[in-house]
Design a protein around this ligand. Structure first.
Ligand SMILES: O=c1ccn([C@H]2C[C@H](O)[C@@H](COP(=O)(O)OP(=O)(O)OP(=O)(O)O)O2)c(=O)[nH]1
Ligand SMILES: [Mg+2]
Length: 148
C-alpha cells in the first residue's frame, strides 16, 4: 500500500527531481543534492548537503536518511548520522550529513543522488521508571559479551 508524503519545493530546489524509488521493489527513495555549485569533500571532511525540499511526514512515521551503498563502497562516502531521523513535526529543509571516509576528494554536484530515504512507522512510548527491570540471561552483557 503506497502512502503519500507531501513536500514543498524550496527556492534552491528548482529543477531538482523529487525523491524517487528507482525500482518497484526499492525500500529507499533516492534524494538529490540541491547544491548551487559543486562541493568537494576532502578525505575526512563532512558537510550538511541541502536537498531543496521540506516534507510533512505523517504523524506516527519518520523519514530515515540512509547511505547509498554505491557511494560507500566506491568512495567511502556515507551519511555521518545514519540513519538520520526526520521527525514528523519537522517542516524545515531536509539536509543530508555526508562524510568522506575515503582516501580521495569526493565531489557532489547539483542533482546527484546522495542518499536514500525510508519512511518507517515509529512507536511513540511513554517512559515509566521502575526499580526492577526483571532478570534476563543477557543481563548487562553487551559490546561483544556473546563472543566475536
Ligand atoms: O540527517 C538529518 C537529521 C535531522 N534533520 C532535521 C530533521 C529533524 O526533524 C531535525 C532534528 O533532527 P535530530 O533530532 O536528529 O537533531 P537534534 O540534534 O536532536 O536536533 P533537535 O534538538 O532540533 O531535535 O533535523 C535533517 O534534516 N537531516
Ligand atoms: Mg532531536
Amino acid at each position: 500500500m503506497s502512502r503519500t508524503i507531501v513536500f514543498r519545493r524550496l527556492s534552491n530546489g528548482e529543477g531538482i527531481d523529487p525523491p524517487r524509488y528507482e525500482t518497484a521493489g526499492s525500500a529507499g527513495a533516492d534524494i538529490r543534492a540541491a547544491v548551487e555549485d559543486a562541493i568537494t569533500l576532502a578525505p575526512g571532511a563532512r558537510a550538511a548537503i541541502s536537498t531543496g525540499f521540506a516534507f510533512a511526514v505523517p504523524q506516527g512515521f519518520e523519514m530515515q536518511i540512509r547511505p547509498r551503498s554505491g557511494l560507500a563502497a566506491r568512495h567511502g562516502v556515507t551519511v555521518l548520522n545514519a540513519p538520520g531521523t526526520v521527525d514528523s513535526d519537522f517542516r524545515g529543509e531536509v539536509k543530508v550529513l555526508l562524510v568522506n571516509l575515503g582516501a580521495y576528494p569526493f565531489t557532489i554536484g547539483r542533482g546527484d543522488r546522495i542518499a536514500q530515504i525510508v519512511i518507517a512507522p515509529v512507536t511513540l512510548c511513554r517512559f515509566e521508571e521502575t526499580d526492577d527491570l526483571g532478570v534476563t540471561i543477557r543481563g548487562a552483557g553487551g559490546f561483544g559479551s556473546t563472543g566475536v
